[in-house]
Write a protein that binds this ligand. Structure first.
Ligand code: CP
Ligand code: NVA
Length: 331
C-alpha cells in the first residue's frame, strides 16, 4: 500500500509512478466529494502556512480552499510580510514555522530554498512553484487529461509549445515519462529543457514504454498530438528585458488554429494559466504596445475554443492540492 504520510512534495522526480497514480486517484475522489457536497473534514485541528515570494491566484486559493474543506486553519504570508529572507534565514524560519504548523507551502525562486525549508521544518513542505519545478500543477494537468481520455492516458502524446526550458515544461516532461505518456518539447534550441534532465527522463520513459522528444519542427511535433500545452513566454522572476528576444524566438511556436488542426481528432488544449491570449490585461496591453503583437503564446480563438480545457484544469488544482495535503498529513 502507498503511504506518503510525512513526505515533502518538492519535485515529481522523487515520486514513483505508483505514488503519482495514487495521488491522481485520491484527487478524483476529492473532486467527487466536493461535487456531491459531501463533507470531508479529515484533517480537523491541523493548521498550515502558505509562504509566497511570488504572486499567485490558483495555487494560493487551491491551498486555502483545500485546507478549509479539510477542516484546517490557514495562514497566508505574502512576499513582503514575513521576516524570511530579510531579517531571518530560511532555516530559522523553517524551525519556527515547523513548531506552529502541520504543513508548509512555499512558492519562490530557487529549488534549494524549498529544499532548505523541508530539511529544517520537521513537517511536510509542498512546492507551490520554483524557478525549476511546479509539481502540484502537473497533477491537475494530468487529471484533466485523464478526464478527457477516459482515464486511459498511456501512449497518449503531449506537446509543450514555447519556452520548454521553464518550470512547467520540465515538470511535464517528468510526469509524462513516469505515467507512460509521450512528451514532445517544441521550441527553439535555446529554450529546451537541459540535456541532463532530458537524459534522465528518456531513461524513465523507456521503463514506462513512452518517449521524450525535443524539436523545433512544429508540424512534426503536433501531428498526432493528443494534448497541446503552452505557458507564458516569460516566467515570474525573469527580467523584463527578455521579452523582446522571447517574442522573436517563440512567435513561431504560438498555439494557433493551424497548430490545433495538426493534432489528433479530439485533442485538447491546456495552459497552466495565467495566459496572454489577448491584450485585455494591464500587462498584456503594455506588452502589445511595446512590441506590436496582440497575441502571445496562444491565439484567443484557441483559448476560447471547445478543445480548451484550461478552466477544468484550473479547478483541478484545488482537488489535486487537497490530495497532496491529505496524503502527506494524514496519520
Ligand atoms: N498555474 C498557477 O500556478 O497559477 P497561479 O500563479 O495563479 O498560482
Ligand atoms: N512558468 C510560469 C508558470 C506560472 C504558473 C512562471 O513561472 O511564471
Amino acid at each position: 500500500p502507498i503511504n506518503l504520510s510525512g513526505r515533502p512534495f518538492l519535485r515529481l522526480l522523487d515520486f514513483s509512478t505508483e505514488e503519482i497514480e495514487y495521488l491522481l486517484k485520491l484527487s478524483k475522489n476529492f473532486k467527487d466529494l466536493k461535487r456531491t457536497g459531501t463533507p470531508h473534514r479529515y484533517l480537523e485541528g491541523k493548521n498550515i502556512v502558505l509562504l509566497f515570494q511570488k504572486t499567485s491566484t490558483r495555487t494560493r486559493c487551491a491551498f486555502e480552499v483545500g485546507a478549509m474543506d479539510l477542516g484546517m486553519g490557514v495562514t497566508y504570508l505574502d512576499p513582503g510580510s514575513s521576516q524570511m529572507g530579510k531579517k531571518e534565514s530560511i532555516e530559522d524560519t523553517a524551525r519556527v514555522l515547523g513548531r506552529f504548523y502541520d504543513g508548509i507551502e512555499f512558492r519562490g525562486f530557487a529549488q534549494t530554498d524549498v529544499e532548505d525549508l523541508a530539511e529544517n521544518a520537521g513537517v511536510p513542505v509542498w512546492n507551490g512553484l520554483t524557478t525549476e519545478w511546479h509539481p502540484t500543477q502537473m497533477l491537475a494537468d494530468i487529471l484533466t487529461v485523464q478526464e478527457n481520455f477516459n482515464y486511459d492516458i498511456k501512449g497518449k502524446t503531449l506537446v509543450f509549445m514555447g519556452d520548454a526550458a521553464n518550470n512547467v515544461a520540465r515538470s511535464l516532461m517528468v510526469v509524462c515519462s513516469k505515467l507512460g505518456m509521450n512528451f514532445v518539447a517544441c521550441g527553439p534550441k535555446e529554450n529546451m529543457p537541459d540535456a541532463e534532465l532530458v537524459k534522465t527522463c528518456e531513461a524513465i520513459a523507456a521503463e514506462n514504454g513512452c518517449t521524450v522528444k525535443c524539436t523545433d519542427d512544429v508540424k512534426d511535433a503536433c501531428t498526432g498530438a493528443d494534448v497541446i500545452y503552452t505557458d507564458v513566454w516569460v516566467s515570474m522572476g525573469e527580467p523584463d528585458e527578455v521579452w523582446a528576444e522571447r517574442i522573436k524566438h517563440l512567435e513561431k511556436f504560438r498555439v494557433t488554429k493551424e497548430v490545433m488542426a495538426m493534432a489528433n481528432e479530439g485533442a485538447i488544449f491546456l495552459h497552466c494559466l495565467p495566459a496572454f491570449h489577448d491584450t485585455n490585461t494591464t500587462i498584456g496591453a503594455d506588452i502589445a504596445e511595446r512590441f506590436g503583437v496582440t497575441e502571445m503564446e496562444v491565439e484567443d480563438e484557441v483559448f476560447e475554443s471547445k478543445a480548451s480545457k484550461v478552466f477544468d484544469e484550473a479547478e483541478n488544482r484545488m482537488h489535486t492540492i487537497k490530495a497532496v495535503m491529505y496524503a502527506t498529513l494524514c496519520g
